[in-house]
Design a protein around this ligand. Sequence first.
Ligand code: ZN
Length: 165
Amino acid sequence: MSKNEPRAHDRSHRDRQIDEVGHDPYHARSKPAEPAVCPQCGLIYHKGRWQRAARPEKANEYVCPACHRANDRNPAGYITLTGPYLGAHGEELRRLIKNEQERVAESHPLQRIMQIEDENGKLIVTTTDVHLARRIGDALHAAFQGELSVKYSPDEFLVRVNWTR
Ligand SMILES: [Zn+2]
């Protein structure tokens, strides 16, 4: 095991396919001098990690990767929901999607839903992170069955999740 290998604890949260996708370029670019605060969402960058914390007295202002993606309108995850089930169950589906984000909000504050939009009878959800998109897809499948497909883009940090019922 090389020095650069992530700790076992960190690795256990990762999915092998996601390792193959590589690392989020927005994270790689986001190495501000510490401590830093995101002027948009108030997260604090401390010990190499964006986290919820009290604002330090002297903090550099620096836009966090999640807000940066939102500003660029450049999602890392797309979840597309289709099929007749959507018509009568749109509210339940939206609720489940929001619940999944709330579950990770504390431990992974950079994993956010950007938008949930109706588009010609489809529901399209965009996220700031591939892990959250995958998680939402798995939750939809577990709660409502249907058909799930997950495609990682090999060249970019991007996942497309399709769910239909
Ligand atoms: Zn932010």
